[in-house]
Design a protein around this ligand. Sequence first.
Ligand code: GN1
Ligand code: MG
Length: 353
Amino acid sequence: MGKFTNDYLNTILECFSVHGKTFQFSPINNGFINDTYLVLGDDGPKYILQRINHDVFKDIDGLMSNIHFALQGLQSDDYRSIELIPTLSGTQYHNNVQGYWRLMSFINDSTTYNTTTNQKIAFEAGRIIGRFHQLLQNADSTDYVDTIPDFHSLRLRKKQFKTALSTADEPKMKIAEKTIEFAERILVKLEVLDNAELSIRICHNDTKLNNILFSKELDEALCLIDLDTLMKGYFYYDFGDSVRTIVNTAPEDERELHKITFEKDLFNAFVDGLASNGPFLSKEELNTLPLGAVFMPFIHGLRALTDYLNNNIYYKVAYENQNLDRCLSLFDFTQKALDQVEYMQKVIDKKLA
Ligand code: GN1
Ligand code: MG
């Protein structure tokens, strides 16, 4: 059942405008930050209940207001809308001693995938991410709060990594020696991205494949979920985070590194999906995408490595070395993406220019 009992969670639901008396709760355990429950009524899933991680998200009002603005912009016949269910007093979340709770509508007959080998899924993922960006491209960026400032800033992540290096236990440093060397090398290679002149967009910032909702029956992408990190950013963030989880058929903590692959067919299908929205990216943005696909697995790997060195203070871990395993896997894909930078640029120029 997880941390909270059914009875306790039912008392939380009583604070929201919902019909029905008692519900069953089934934890959804694939996130690393929030506590998430599927809320089941008599006739199946009804809502998604989440306790927002306040250690990570300090500005809950800013976060909820970002989501609120984005949901207003993400209105279109070809984009499924998610509803925030207000509390009985009309607020967007409920706060009690256990934290900050919010409730969202569940979209029937939908599903998510952690990985895929299916080109249709890769195409659909590209299509919906492009659509998300088109729908938000005229958003007023001053409406949006930087809820985690510098979330994908390499400068910040490098600084945090260096601090972790200076405080980590010797045995951990020894185990991760080669990995730390790899990190130092890639950090230098990615500096060029900092110099690109790019437009600021409202980004999702966590576009891994399992944050895309698909229709169960037809495998059509419906919308993006998990809007917590929705903030200003560059398109290559969302591009790179998708590539790392769509083009690689192994999960992000895969320990058998030979299973980690850069699947060209899936990459092409994903880019075709983006392109199916018509052109919306500038030449400068297109030029950053291949390195973006190196950048995103790298920055996640670096954050996991930093957290491993810090004794797992940020991510929820299922076992002691999970952060290191995630890092090794993410760095392995980083290298595989780096080997394909020229190839990616060719495909992008052909399909997206
Ligand atoms: C975290 O918990 P989840 O899966 O939504 C993290 C993302 C990472 C992801 C795992 C706020 O998100 O950046 O992509 O783990 N979110 C935050 O790779 O740190
Ligand atoms: Mg997330």
